[in-house]
Design a protein around this ligand. Structure first.
Ligand code: URP
Ligand code: ZN
Ligand code: ZN
Length: 462
């Protein structure tokens, strides 16, 4: 064996158990009953520690040109920060530019990410310029290891918005390819109405960002997207779901037997509209917006209960200076929040620590389900013999307060500043190599591999 992790509590989908883990050639080679591991060239003592699969963040935006600027984490800084947070795989987006083929968009993004990413990564393909050629190009993308697409129901100003016809045709093609379509579900026409009303009453302050996007502007879009997907037979995955009403819509479809997939993000679980109060309110603008305390509680229930299968971050960081460019007009705030580094600690602290989520459910929503849904299982997302040795070792007693400067993302604030979190890893390992240990980064930009994924098998919900 190259390495043995001894004495830890391994967290699997069916619960925690004591075991030693043997690693050879970057993979898990054996799982031993405690104390029975063979000798190895190196040993990690995990007594008193939790041993989890590396987290898979299936929704990040590194160095994305957006809202007139570029998100502040590039693939190097973002993937390094991810490793500090126990994330060993991320899926970013290759978003089609006008006139570009999907294959061109993918090739460009892959090159940038491969040169810089310190962790393994995949891509979803964002469809923004629909045409028969774009439709025809979807097959090539799937064959290149990208069996998931993304459509945006908003963002007309970015040139990204898909209308219902485009969305339906994209669903049809994806269904024929066995691919999954991720949907940003918000209704742009309702948002326009409420934006105009805010302006007519002379209000441009930060909270208007949230008030102009009421819960039903999301839940209506979720309902429509899932309905169109159901009519085409496509696998649909609703990204960054924020509103309790949307979760109810998903639950109704699941009850009817339609296997809709949905994710939420930490910001929708632990932050609420009070974030918009005070001079820093604009720092919290993201789409869809942070909502109300009752939404947070409902979403926690949906994550624990299984109607939301994944928690990802939608990491899209902007510095204070970038956010400050809003100049007091909520329409001009760059939308997005930093979060890839705090995903696991937020769920450990406020989910597991506060009794909302059993540890095994945390492993499902952060590791196993993302891997299954996006075609990475069992290479990733599980601690099983044969799987990649992407492993996180956590001291459940160690706490860290979030302060400016305590994190590694290229962002000078955190939405969780002041919070004290458990769950930052002592060790993060990628394919058997330690890339973070005791607060030191031992990885390197460009060492992450592009993950060629296969369409998932269709048994992913739950
Ligand atoms: O406001 C957000 N969420 N920014 C990132 C782009 C997106 O919609 O996912
Ligand atoms: Zn989105
Ligand atoms: Zn996003």
């Amino acid at each position: 064996m190259d390495l043995v992790i001894r004495g830890g509590t391994v967290v699997g989908e069916s619960g925690p158990y004591r075991a030693d883990i043997g690693i050879r050639d970057g993979r898990i080679a054996a799982i031993y009953s405690p104390g029975n591991a063979v000798e190895a060239r190196a040993t990690i003592d995990a007594n008193g520690k939790l041993v989890l699969p590396g987290v898979i963040d299936v929704h990040v935006h590194m160095e994305i040109p957006f809202c007139g600027t570029v998100s502040s984490d590039d693939f190097a800084s973002g993937s390094k920060a991810a490793a500090f947070g126990g994330v060993t795989t991320m899926i970013d987006f290759a978003i089609q530019a006008p006139g570009e083929t999907l294959a061109e968009a993918v090739a460009k993004r892959k090159e940038v990410a491969a040169a810089k990413s310190a962790i393994d990564f995949g891509l979803h393909c964002g469809i923004t310029d629909w045409s028969p050629a774009t439709r025809g190009g979807m097959r090539e993308v799937v064959e290149a290891g990208i069996p998931s697409f993304k459509v945006f129901m908003i963002y007309k100003q970015e040139g990204w918005m898909a209308d219902d016809g485009v969305m339906f045709e994209c669903f049809e093609e994806a269904a024929s390819l066995g691919a999954t379509v991720c949907v940003h579900a918000e209704n742009p026409y309702l948002i326009d109405v409420f934006t105009e009303r805010a302006l007519a009453s002379g209000r441009t302050d930060a909270v208007q960002h949230a008030l102009s996007r009421p819960n039903f502007s999301e839940s209506e879009a979720v309902q429509r997207a899932v309905y169109l997907a159901a009519m085409s037979g496509a696998k649909v995955y609703i990204v960054h779901m924020s509103a309790s009403d949307s979760a109810r819509v998903v639950e109704e479809w699941l009850a009817c037997g339609y296997p809709v997939l949905a994710e939420t993000c930490p910001q929708y679980l632990v932050l609420d509209n009070r974030a918009f109060e005070g001079p820093d309110g604009h720092l919290y603008a993201t789409c869809p917006p942070i909502r109300f305390e009752e939404d947070c509680e409902y979403l926690w229930g949906a994550v624990a209960g299984g109607s939301i299968q994944v928690v990802s971050t939608d990491h899209c960081s902007f510095t204070r200076a970038q956010k400050d460019a809003w100049g007091g007009d909520f329409r001009k705030i760059p939308f997005g929040l930093p979060g890839v580094e705090t995903l696991l600690p937020i769920l450990m602290t406020h989910g597991v620590g506060e009794g909302r989520l059993p540890l095994e459910r945390l492993v499902e929503v952060l590791c196993a389900n993302p891997a299954r849904i996006f075609g990475l299982y069992p290479e990733k997302g599980t601690l099983s013999v044969g799987s990649d040795a992407d492993i996180v070792v956590i001291d459940p007693k160690r706490k860290k307060q979030i302060t400016p400067g305590s994190l590694h993302m290229n962002c000078d604030y955190s939405p969780y500043e002041g919070d004290t979190l458990t769950g930052f890893p002592d060790i993060t390992m990628q394919r058997g190599r330690v890339i973070v240990e005791d607060g030191k980064f031992l990885g390197a930009a460009g060492e992450g591999r592009f993950l060629e994924r296969k369409p998932a098998g269709g048994d992913e919900s739950g």
